[in-house]
Ligand binder design. Sequence first.
Ligand code: NAD
Ligand code: UDP
Length: 335
Amino acid sequence: MSIKTIFVTGGAGYIGSHTCIELLQANYNVIVYDNLANSKLESLRRVEQITGKSITFIKGDIRDKDALKNAMTGCDAVIHFAGLKAVGESVEKPLLYYDNNVLGSLCLFHVMQELLIKNIVFSSSATMYGDPEFLPLTEVHRCEATNPYGETKLAIEMMLRALYNSDKDWQIALLRYFNPVGAHESGLIGEDPSGIPNNLMPFITQVAVGKRKQLAVFGNDYQTPDGTGVRDYIHVVDLAKGHLKALEALGRFECDAINLGTGKGYSVLELVGAFEQASGQSIPYIIQDRRPGDISECYADPRKAKDLLGWEAELSLNKMCVDSWRWQKHNPDGY
Ligand code: NAD
Ligand code: UDP
């Protein structure tokens, strides 16, 4: 069966909206289903502006099976982004995270099974590797969630593996993202965190645009070249293209976890330096204590994605910074 209509849960969000662009440009029909808990409809209006194509938007919650069933009928595949993602909040409100992410995914998979829609690309996370035993991280690294958010990702991966083991008609890709940053090069869509950003790049861009005084660097006593934490930052447009490749490769591999990263690690101070160079803005910072739960270093072995999907990240750290800055500069208050 050829795949034409894609049901994108959480498609109004940061990664989802960028993925919608790639899907529309590849001539798929796109139905976005999102409760707008952490996004604005304006993101999709801008996706339409960028692509000149239209999206069907349905406001709804993935825990609402009846609404899901109505919305999903006739779709061929699902890309499942919907979920809450703030690690700190998940520690404070674990039940909210289990309810939204795990119960929500369970409802989604039930409806998929009922409607015989058995193609799915799922947003998983490198967070479930915990503190790396070896680097670069391959997909066989042990998984141990260290917070409720990570636990929900692990639980959903396990549900999907079990489903596949019970019925090999399911075609499933579990994409483990590293650290998405950057924005579409139009500057029209990008990451729009509510409140104080948890993540490094949006914090840096908000300092650059004058919304925050300075960056707090969480620790400079890690066992890394400059003492600050190292991560595998990946341009969100590369990540979005990875979803398209995964969708097109569904069925060519077993239900499997696949890293989406660049394979290169950069420290906090390297990212700050790259951003300053790309933007011409200086980013004042202070060194603070380590953030509880943070690991020292984390980067992907991205070879499996290349082998199975024919995908690899192409965009540089400079491009990530240039595009993040363009988005923030033109949209200082987000959407
Ligand atoms: P995001 O918050 O921008 O997007 C998630 C979207 O899901 C939002 O639009 C939100 O409104 C929607 N949503 C949440 N709960 C919902 C529900 N119950 N029903 C319907 N819609 C709901 O986040 P993002 O950065 O685009 O992340 C997308 C996915 O990728 C998430 O599942 C996240 O856990 C995962 N992920 C993100 C990162 C990252 O660093 N951004 C890293 C690894 C994995
Ligand atoms: N970080 C920081 N200051 C901030 C936010 C993050 O120094 O305000 C550091 C953090 O300790 C980690 C890196 O930046 O080493 C990436 O953090 P982020 O929260 O973006 O992603 P994570 O890898 O923790 O999911």
